[in-house]
Design a protein around this ligand. Structure first.
Ligand SMILES: [Zn+2]
Length: 398
């Protein structure tokens, strides 16, 4: 079994900086986290980390993944992607690859999301030769929908409550009674429900239906105080996807990342182009208000998770891996400390999604690790200065 120690680096353990530690890995697991200069078997390979910070591999809580993009993600230190809508006939292969290979990120998936006939996201997909989406129009059919997704391997259930208002085209919205029935069925089957909503009104409807978390923050105005309180009282988490909200409202943020030589060195040109483009379907949206809402939600104790909404090439403004770094910066811009932003991409999503084997640097955890030059707990941009990435103990060739 491969054995090595990473020594001399400051360690961010998923929660906080714990100082310089010697981290010992055997096979796919971390076996010891010790004092500097401490033990470690003499025969083990030694990796020098002076001036660097060792972090748990990052978790992106909102993606649409395939095998190629899981490879991109890993090279940016994202060791797990949580896919929030994919077609099962493609996802089967992706899951198999992620289970067998260590040169791509690991993945969990919602499979297909619940939507209305002709509902989101069909309007975005044009003529992509997608199979027809299963849709539900009656509450009594919602449990059957949930069972089908679980049979396809869904780790959690996604519901779309989307009128198209911020996406440039009106689309039919799923009935509240259907969403409620789907949430009940999912909870009876021990699956969380994550809602796609982009407006205040649809966020209210999702909460009333009992969802566990939000795949986006709303972008149509400041957060009404009663909604802030309802999200907190419900114990729901929020993955704001500030990257996506920036793209919808035309903030031109992806272009900066796409010029960074730490990004251009890794991503193929079509993805750099995709990152530079944007949706700009809702220029009237209030991006500043969204930042303020993230800050207020965080201050009131709502778990804020880092998610990029990195998708396929037709969804402009995002790229797998790189955009999670963009999201970390936006969370800091919203008012989280860099340490809080890093928790939002490590220990917090691991806890929220029951991924108990990752998101922390502790003995027994999976050796999903990211070594970066500098100190991202004081300068979040340093998270992109990647020296090494390990997935399940295997070092990635960048
Ligand atoms: Zn998405």
């Amino acid at each position: 079994m491969p054995r090595y120690v990473i020594e001399g680096a400051q360690v961010f353990d998923g929660e906080q900086m714990i100082g310089v530690r010697t981290v010992e890995v055997e096979g796919s697991r971390i076996v010891a986290v010790g004092e500097p200069g401490g033990s470690g078997p003499a025969a083990a390979e030694r990796i020098e980390g002076s001036g660097a910070t060792l972090l748990p591999g990052l978790i992106d809580t909102h993606t649409h993944s395939d095998v190629e993009t899981l490879g991109h993600a890993l090279r940016f230190g994202v060791t797990t992607e949580l896919d929030l809508f994919s077609f099962p006939h493609r996802m089967d292969e992706v899951r198999r690859a992620a289970a067998e290979r260590t040169d791509i990120a690991d993945v969990r998936s919602a499979s297909i999301g619940l939507t209305a006939p002709g509902g989101h996201p069909t309007q975005l997909r044009g003529s992509r030769n997608d199979p027809e989406l299963p849709v539900v129009t009656r509450a009594e059919d919602a449990a059957g929908f949930v069972d089908e997704r679980i049979a396809e391997g869904a780790d959690y259930i996604k519901v779309m409550i989307e009128s198209g208002e911020t996406l440039g085209k009106d689309v039919p919205v799923v009935e509240d009674s259907v969403v409620r029935a789907a949430v009940t069925a999912a909870h009876e089957r021990d699956r969380m429900v994550i809602a796609h909503t982009l407006t205040i009104e649809t966020a209210r409807r999702a909460l009333a239906a009992g969802v566990d978390g939000f795949a986006h923050l709303f972008i149509d105005g400041p957060c009404p105080p009663d909604l802030l309180e309802s999200i907190r009282a419900a114990g729901a988490f929020v993955t704001p996807t500030l990257n996506l909200l920036a793209s919808l409202t035309g903030q031109h943020l992806g272009a900066d990342l796409a010029r960074d030589n730490r990004v251009t060195a890794v991503l193929p040109q079509p993805w750099l182009d995709n990152l530079s483009r944007e949706f700009n379907t809702y220029p009237d949206g209030d991006f500043t208000a969204a930042l303020a809402t993230v800050k207020a939600l965080h201050a009131t104790g709502v778990p804020i998770l880092a998610g990029s909404d990195a998708n396929q090439l037709h969804a402009p403004g995002m790229a797998h891996g790189a955009s999670l770094h963009g999201e970390l910066r936006l969370l800091v811009r919203a008012g989280l400390t860099p340490t809080e932003a890093l928790r939002a991409a490590t220990s917090l999503p691991a806890e929220t999604f029951g991924l108990h084997d990752r998101g922390r640097i502790t003995p027994g955890a999976r050796a999903d690790l990211l070594l970066v030059q500098g100190d991202p707990t004081s300068r979040i941009e340093d998270a992109l200065s990647i020296k090494d990435v390990w997935r399940s103990g295997s070092r990635t060739v960048r």
